[in-house]
Every structure is written in structure tokens, then in C-alpha cells.
Design a protein. Structure first.
Length: 95
């Protein structure tokens, strides 16, 4: 097995995409850093499902909805959205 495959495999073993508490902590940190409100709007089993929203939308006629979820072992969309959000504070602060 090549070094690239080993390191990729190791990365997959170390991800925390199914660690609900860790993911919520990252989203809470993001909300604090961007001035967004993180609110639970429904509960599925024992887990609240959250949304983030701006305090005062800059233009009440405009908005954006972005969603991602985990289904079984398919966690790429949720991790991808979280990574994008952590890297794009400026965009989030202006929506």
C-alpha cells in the first residue's frame, strides 16, 4: 500500500463526522465568531436539529438556505459545509 493511501486511510479513521457533540461545538464556535444565532428548531430522537440565522438580515427580501446531513456513513456533505463555513466567515456575516 502506498504512503498516500495509508495517510488517507488514517485521516478517515480520525475524522469525527459522527461525533454529534463535537460537531455542535464547532457550529457553536462558528456562530459566536460570525455573530449568527444558533437555534434548535426540531428534535429527532434525543438530538436537536439546529439552524443558524443572522440577527438582522441586511435585506429582508434576500436570504440563503444551505443544508447538509449525515446518512449512515455518508458524512462528506456535512463536513464539507462545516469546513466551508469555517473558512468563509465574511460571507456568512453578510447574509
Amino acid at each position: 500500500m502506498s504512503a498516500g493511501v495509508n495517510s488517507s486511510h488514517g485521516l478517515l479513521l480520525q475524522h469525527r463526522a459522527h461525533d454529534y457533540g463535537h460537531l455542535i461545538e464547532r457550529w457553536e464556535t462558528l456562530a459566536d465568531q460570525t455573530g449568527l444565532r444558533m437555534e434548535a428548531f426540531v428534535k429527532r430522537g434525543e438530538y436537536p436539529i439546529y439552524h443558524l440565522r443572522s440577527e438582522e438580515p441586511p435585506d429582508r427580501d434576500a436570504g440563503i438556505y444551505i443544508s447538509a446531513g449525515i446518512h449512515g456513513d455518508e458524512c462528506a456533505s456535512s463536513l464539507g459545509l462545516l469546513h466551508w463555513a469555517e473558512e468563509n466567515h465574511e460571507i456568512l456575516q453578510n447574509i
